[in-house]
Design a protein around this ligand. Structure first.
Ligand SMILES: [Zn+2]
Length: 93
């Protein structure tokens, strides 16, 4: 909700008065403040379209990171195994 006079965002305030312009408001009375306007159909289409594009991209990026980390883990295991093998050879030769 916003102030009717200056459009200041009236959230998390300790008193029912706009800190910007001093206009009083009653949270229980919708006539004393501005309510957020519902999104238009166009805005909804834009938001849904963006989610449909961004969602799969984020998922692909996550799968890519998991694949890379998995490969790094395999490489690390191979290096550790080789180092252990070398250490055993040095120790018992
Ligand atoms: Zn105000």
């Amino acid at each position: 909700m916003r102030c009717q006079a200056c459009q200041y965002e009236l959230v998390q305030l300790s008193e029912h008065r706009c800190p910007e312009c001093g206009r009083p408001f009653d949270p229980a009375d919708a006539e004393t403040f501005l309510q957020p306007e519902p999104r238009s159909v166009f805005e909804r289409v834009i938001v849904i379209g963006a989610l449909l594009v961004v969602g799969p991209l984020v998922l692909l990026a996550l799968l890519f990171v998991i694949a890379v980390l998995s490969q790094l883990w395999q490489l690390l295991k191979l290096i550790c195994a080789d180092l252990c093998h070398l250490w055993l050879l040095v120790l018992f030769s």
